[in-house]
Write a protein that binds this ligand. Structure first.
Ligand code: DQA
Length: 144
């Protein structure tokens, strides 16, 4: 059975109430429920996690590598700052898709650089909660 780990970084626990004009009104629980439904239909085991801590994301990326799981990663602001996440992705031999709810390129210039993109299989951003579903479909067809 294919395994997909969906890893969420800082402040994404606040989705639903956090800047809804930028991130929409879906909560992380709503996003998880939609993905669990898709995973069930695709016979994929889905692990869905959120943390506000950079080191915990590093641990979870390493775990996904050990489990040979594909990864959807929304690293939040660590996307733009974290060499540690870049190195963790380089170190594991599994596909990682970078996900963002917002179109980071249409926002402040400090969001235009990503440490994740150069080591990701691909990037999906700008479609709100649907970014996760699009990324899931892309990962599944890539893994097939
Ligand atoms: C985000 C975009 C990041 O720039 C920001 O720091 C986030 C959320 C997104 O999903 O649009 O926390 O990753």
């Amino acid at each position: 059975m294919k395994v997909v780990h969906v890893l969420n970084g800082p402040n994404l626990n606040l989705l639903g109430t956090r800047e809804p004009s930028t991130y929409g009104t879906a909560t992380l629980k709503d996003i998880e429920a939609a993905l669990q439904k898709k995973a069930k239909a695709a016979k994929v085991k889905l692990v869905f996690r959120q943390t506000n801590r950079e080191g915990e994301l590093v641990d979870w990326i390493q775990e996904a590598g050990a489990a040979k799981a594909g990864v959807l990663l929304n690293a939040g602001a660590y996307t733009h700052t974290s060499i540690a996440l870049h190195d963790a992705i380089r170190a594991i031999g599994v596909s990682v898709i970078e996900v963002h709810l917002s179109n980071v390129f249409a926002r402040e210039s400090f969001r235009h650089h990503s440490y994740i993109s150069p080591v990701a299989k691909g990037v999906i951003c700008g479609f709100g909660a649907a970014s996760y579903e699009l990324a899931f479909d892309a990962l599944i067809s890539h893994l097939a």
